[in-house]
Design a binder for this molecule. Sequence first.
Ligand code: GCU
Length: 698
Amino acid sequence: MTFSSKGYAAWLPSDRWQDEQRIEAWRPLLEQIDARMELRAAGPGAAALQELANGIEILTGTPPSLTLKAGSPPVIVLGSPQAAQRSLEELKALPLAEEAYALRIGAASENENQDGEQAAYAILRGGSERGLLYGAFALLRLIDSDPRGPRDLDLAESPRNPLRMIDQWDNMDGSVERGYSGGSIFYRDNRILLESPRIDDYARLLASVGINAISVNNVNVHREETKLITSALLPDVRRLSDTFGRYGIQLFLSVNYAAPIELGELDTADPLNTDVQHWWQRKVAEIYAAVPDFGGFVVKADSENRPGPFTYGRDHADGANLLADALAPHGGLVMWRCFVYDCHQDWRDRSTDRARAAYDHFRDLDGRFRDNVVLQIKNGPMDFQVREPVSPLFGAMPRTNQVMEFQIAQEYTGQQRDICFLVPQWKKSLDFDTLLNGAGCTVKQIAAGKVHPFTRSGVAAVSNIGNDDNWTGHHLAQANLFGFGRLAWNPELESDAIAEEWSALTFGADTPVARFVAKLLLESWPVYESYTAPLGVGWMVQPHYHYAVDVDGYEYSKWGTYHFADRDGLGVDRTLATGTGYTGQYADENRDRYDSLEECPDELLLFFHHVPYTHVLKSGKTVIQHIYDSRFEGADAVDRWIARWRELEADVDPERFAHILHRLEGQSENAKQWRDAVNTYFYRKSGIPDERERTVYA
Ligand code: GCU
């Protein structure tokens, strides 16, 4: 780690423990490391060893002694090798999947050696070097988040999701689309920043939470990024691939569907044209010759004015299969995005519904995609709003690989100025029962490949990092990157466990600051929702910019994003009987629930129904009173956080105290602006006063 900021090390070890007793308690386990693995300098096994040794030195102030011998399967023994002996044989014989690890800690007094000293040991065994690396980071997390010292443990873990991918939206000019934490760590002035130590440290951060794939450029592939697949830039792409490969992360590129034209080599990109097919075959062979571990392509086609197969009267299966056929001989994948909709809609036309688009475009193509095509589907049918239902396309194509796409970057959720811990939101999607294959057919089961026999399923997410010293702009926004990785590894983890783990690793285990930060994180999504757009309606933001309130900002636009507020009520009627029929894209029981005014969950009411302001919610409040109350409550909650944070000044370093206070004060202003603008808007529309007579502007 090369930067001085408190945030740069993120959740990885950064400071020596202050408690000497804690160091003494861990010392028998951490003073000696014996490793057995293939002796390769640049593999994940070497990285595992290095991370453990460095981490231990940072936390305890003493470097462990190190021995390394050839051996298979890869194993690291910490502490007393004699005490570890019996367990070691058992663990070596354990069948483990490639990405899995097993960890056993023996801390009990029966491990005393002849001199009566406690002979603690830990054994880490990987299913492969990659598994070993995940285990090494898990062990570091365990050591650094539990102040009590070693305790007996026997654990075997493997990731639930085969693909755990991060998408960078970085441009080669150094900007980041929807980036809220500085510029790109990958590019500047149309060059790849090979000399940047941050890329290496980013790979470490991602591997530490189990990420195994990354796409390193924006899905909107502009002129310069189109050249990433040319001979001039492939050697640099190779270096990036090697950096991430060392941490077990496979490198992908977003490609321009019209690359053959854009690069001046053909005058068509028609997927059924043989010249185009040969062009991509040659291109992919060239890429793999230069970048042998290349993962494949991410493609945004026929979406928001990007080129795609529609230009040639072809469909998305034709388009995706063109690239898939070129990649297949090399084992590469096509991550084909389903964010396809009409972005030139007429707001006067109430029959077109953007929410329907992904399903309408893709559902009937099931069975036509090659095995190495993976459809990448945004979690909701619109676009990463604070609250959306789960995309009905997910799980609805039983013969097609799918990953769910989340957005860690807080585009519509506070832009890393306001705190919004998104793990509970993602869990809500992952836990959703699609009921497509009977009960229990949840998104997380489908993503894990448990429902349909997918080998290429999982989760992907848009990254939230940039070259700010603390990576994420708001220091607390790191919890989202951490949380995504942890959840991608195991969607059963609870939100509070993830928040507590991150807070302990970041602010010190068992400290008042860590306790408060975990609580704040858990409150933050409901609070953000409560002062912004109500009851699932979304989109009341300034166009393009997407942070500040503008209730009618998208109301008369071409983007298909409306709330339809009038003097009587608001919301979008998406029911089968009287609306756009979007509800019909769900399995029958979910359709019926969303269709019914009585059964539709309050939090999504305005997503599915147009209701009068006087409609009574399940909470017993009218819609208008809910709007008023929740906006006041949200803004008040932020002020309470500020008061509590001030009380913690003595318990946290000045740098992070000031930084977080400053961001919270900004959030408080934003929340009040939202509160007053939304409340005033609906008071003016409805003429119904706040029954508690608080200040709402006329
Ligand atoms: C959103 C976002 C765009 C992005 C797009 C996408 O619309 O505002 O910046 O390009 O999503 O996911 O492709």
